[in-house]
Design a protein around this ligand. Structure first.
Ligand code: COA
Length: 261
């Protein structure tokens, strides 16, 4: 196995999170991830890929100076996500063969060389998706918690300060006589971009009684103003977007609200 930096050859694969077999990932999620990548490169984004012995890409990790990430912190690097392809479709299941561990180790070495005082990551307490327990097993400790979402970190220097979640500050406004669908979207996550695209499409198809509002949280001041990087609200009620709900589900939830107007 080999860990390599992202090059032009594998960019399209990275934009769809290695899921080149999936229409959702390659088409429905749109181009936002690609646009995000182009802007974030200038802010120090790093992407590593894991290649198996046959040269097949099976895993990826993306991390950035925490000052440009979706969490609060200083002098650390923040891991947006690590993903070892685990689906049977497409390139197949590469999990539990050491790729995850190798990617994390390589990212930590890279961050140390870049002068970081530590590495931060997020995970959830439930036993699926990006699990906090996996990072704990790799030597990470808890720094902050927001419901099921945990921020973890590993110190490289004693003077490092722990990362923090931004506090949720405001709920979106509603509009009299209409249903307001508010989508916060950052761009880093293909799954969240998918939820955003579905909500936008459903809102448009439901006509004049639905108002769609996009809040692009790429810039830090917008992110800190609201405290949400990616989130979906139908009026003031938040809809869970991890994993992304189907188009049908989002449309059903908005329609239900329209009927109550
Ligand atoms: C977590 C993940 C990165 C681990 O990568 P991997 O290549 O499967 O793991 P590795 O083979 O490197 O295993 C490293 C260690 O983790 C353990 N491990 C791997 N998968 C595990 C699992 N599902 N549960 C618990 N432990 C696990 C291994 O046993 C190994 O332990 P060891 O160090 O004691 O030997 C990978 O399973 C993954 O991508 N999961 C989904 C993560 C996700 O949802 N990402 C967000 C996408 S948006």
């Amino acid at each position: 196995m080999e860990i390599v930096h992202l090059t032009d050859e594998h960019k399209q694969l990275y934009f769809c999170c290695l899921e080149d077999w999936s229409e959702e990932a390659t088409k429905e999620a749109g181009l936002r991830r690609e646009l995000w990548y182009e802007k974030m490169k200038a802010r120090g984004l790093r992407v590593l890929l894991a290649k198996d012995d046959g040269g097949e890409i099976g895993g990826m990790i993306q991390y950035v100076p925490i000052e440009h990430s979706v969490v609060d912190g200083k002098d650390l690097y923040f891991i947006y996500c690590i993903w070892v392809h685990g689906h049977r479709q497409g390139r197949g299941n590469f999990q539990k063969r050491g790729m995850g561990k190798a990617l994390l180790q390589a990212a930590e070495n890279d961050a140390r060389e870049l002068g970081a005082k530590g590495m931060a990551a997020w995970g959830i307490l439930l036993p699926f998706w990006m699990k906090a327990s996996w990072f704990r097993k790799q030597g990470y400790i808890k720094a902050d918690r927001d419901g099921m979402a945990v921020l973890l970190w590993k110190l490289f220097a004693d003077s490092a300060q722990p990362p923090r979640w931004f506090k949720r500050k405001r709920k979106p406004q509603t509009t009299p006589g209409k249903v307001t669908v508010t989508a916060f979207v950052n761009g880093w996550c293909m799954g969240q971009n998918l939820a955003y695209e579905r909500a936008k499409r459903a809102a448009a198809e439901l006509g004049d009684r639905v108002l769609f509002r996009e809040i692009d949280t790429f810039e830090r001041d917008v992110l800190t103003e609201w405290g949400h990087a990616d989130a979906l609200f139908i009026d003031r009620k938040q809809v869970r977007t991890g994993p992304p709900p189907s188009y049908e589900k989002i449309r059903r939830l908005i329609s239900k609200r329209v009927r109550r107007l």
